[in-house]
Design a protein around this ligand. Structure first.
Ligand code: NI
Length: 138
């Protein structure tokens, strides 16, 4: 059988601050450096959502890309774009919005809407050179 991966790119801008309330300012700055700036900072996030599965013999698709596009828009872009992640996105009320944690949150948001037989992988670029990938718990 031919397992094929289809990928959709998306984009959002968001602000965040990496810090722990239970740490002093000195410790936060020592660990998170500029990313703990109390006045926040922004990133141009690039997201790649990958869905892997068999090609449907009737449609020739693994998944309708319009459906995938709309899922990303509804569950990720509308939730994160132009938001302060720490202050405005409930998932990060108590979870540090690192790219790692964001990738897991995005995966968790999308997984229920992807056919169970399909594999889901999320790649999130925080900068053009720094990116993380999450393909589910193991
Ligand atoms: Ni940052």
């Amino acid at each position: 059988m031919n397992k094929v991966t289809v990928c959709r790119k998306a984009h959002f801008n968001a602000a965040h601050r990496l810090y722990r309330k239970d740490w002093s300012d000195v410790k936060n700055e020592a660990v998170f450096d500029k990313c703990s700036n109390p006045y926040y900072h922004g990133h141009n996030y690039e997201l790649i959502v990958s869905v892997a599965g068999q090609i449907d013999s009737e449609t020739g698709y693994v998944m309708d890309m319009k459906v995938l596009k709309d899922l990303i828009k509804t569950h990720v872009e509308d939730a994160f774009d132009h938001k302060n992640l720490n202050e405005q996105v409930p998932e990060f009320a108590t979870l540090i919005p690192t790219a790692e944690n964001m990738a897991v949150v995005i995966w968790d948001k999308l997984r229920p809407h992807i056919t169970a037989a399909h594999d889901l992988s999320v790649t999130l670029y925080e900068t053009p050179r720094n990116f993380v990938r999450f393909s589910g718990p193991n």
